[in-house]
Design a protein around this ligand. Structure first.
Ligand SMILES: [Zn+2]
Ligand SMILES: [Zn+2]
Length: 325
């Protein structure tokens, strides 16, 4: 039913859970931490090494139009997979769509290598539940005060939380996804989608250039560098968008908006707006704020492929605004 890592966590929950106790929300286990470290090395550390290799290779072999195109196409597909699919659709259910579109967003999101869709959703829902309080998996604000505390918090929120974090109970946090056969199918093949996302640019690079070098640079730019760039963008939400930037609404967390980041992460960096209105498909909350993820949802809606798109009214927005008294 679930992918291998989720299945192992799921079985552990079943083992420790007794029917007359309240449902356990998270599970900490050395075995799960071992799996997390392996995942971290394969899909977070290797893309960094791959990116360094791609940059060093530039001194011997100029980057080609094919490589740049592969990077751009894969960056947009997998970035939207995370922003529109994993985040706005599966976690927050801010719009509805067809099974085919759900599957495609799930597959492209999986290719980003940030975890299977069900566990990603469970972790992110827990983040919203406990924003910047004890139990938030990746808050940068729980590591002491002063510059040192903030720096420690930044490193934790951006990177090291992934090495050993409590695993959220998917039965508690994502029961809706566990009932969706499309999501179960996408989630079960999580590792297949990652491999496909690396294989596709490699093969296209080889076929278009008819060289082995084309395969290598296709893999590096369309696979490794692309994965690195999408990851750094999404990790910035956990770190920078809870540390620096502007606030506009009354919220229980310390989330912030960072406008200049918005074009690079599909509008996700209106993160404070998003914490204030988590169910909204729009993160910018106004037409003039760059929010490509929302523009894609609007386009799907125009094509009849998205409906019940949720956006707060002007009155709801102004009611939440911080006012200087
Ligand atoms: Zn947040
Ligand atoms: Zn969210």
């Amino acid at each position: 039913m679930l992918n291998r890592d989720d299945q192992i966590a799921h079985e552990m929950f079943q083992e420790i859970q007794s029917p007359d106790q309240p449902r356990q929300k998270v599970l900490d286990s050395p075995h799960l931490h071992r799996l997390q470290r392996m995942h971290f090395f394969l899909f977070d550390v290797l893309p960094i090494i791959g990116t360094v290799c791609a940059v060093v290779l530039l001194f011997f072999h100029p980057v080609s139009v094919v490589d740049i195109t592969l990077f751009a196409v894969m960056w947009i597909l997998t970035g939207l997979g995370v922003s529109v699919g994993y985040h706005r659709l599966f976690t927050h259910r801010s719009f509805k769509t067809t099974s085919v579109v759900r599957a495609l967003f799930g597959i492209f999101g999986s290719m980003a290598g940030q975890g299977g869709v069900i566990s990603w959703t469970a972790m992110h829902r827990r983040h919203h539940e406990l924003g910047d309080q004890d139990g938030d998996l990746h808050s940068p604000n729980l590591h002491g005060s002063g510059l040192v505390g903030k720096l420690k918090g930044f490193v934790h929120a951006h990177f090291t939380w992934m090495v050993a974090h409590p695993y959220p109970n998917v039965v508690h946090y994502a029961p809706d996804l566990l009932k969706d056969p499309v999501i179960i199918w996408v989630n079960r093949h999580y590792y297949t989608w990652i491999v496909l996302g690396l294989l596709a640019p490699t093969l296209i690079g080889a076929l278009v250039t008819q060289t082995w070098m084309g395969a290598v640079t296709g893999f590096l730019w369309g696979g490794m560098v692309r994965m690195f760039v999408v990851e750094q963008g999404i990790f910035s939400l956990n770190s920078l968008c809870h540390l620096i930037g502007r606030r506009r609404f009354v919220t229980d967390d310390q989330s912030t908006n960072i406008s200049w980041l918005a074009p690079f992460i599909f509008g996700e960096s209106w993160h404070h707006n998003h914490h204030a209105f988590p169910g909204s498909a729009s993160f910018g909350l106004a037409w003039y704020r760059i929010d490509p993820g929302y523009w894609v949802i609007c386009m799907l809606s125009l094509l009849g492929q998205a409906w019940d798109v949720k956006v707060p009214t002007r009155e709801q927005i102004s009611r939440r605004e911080i006012r200087a008294s």
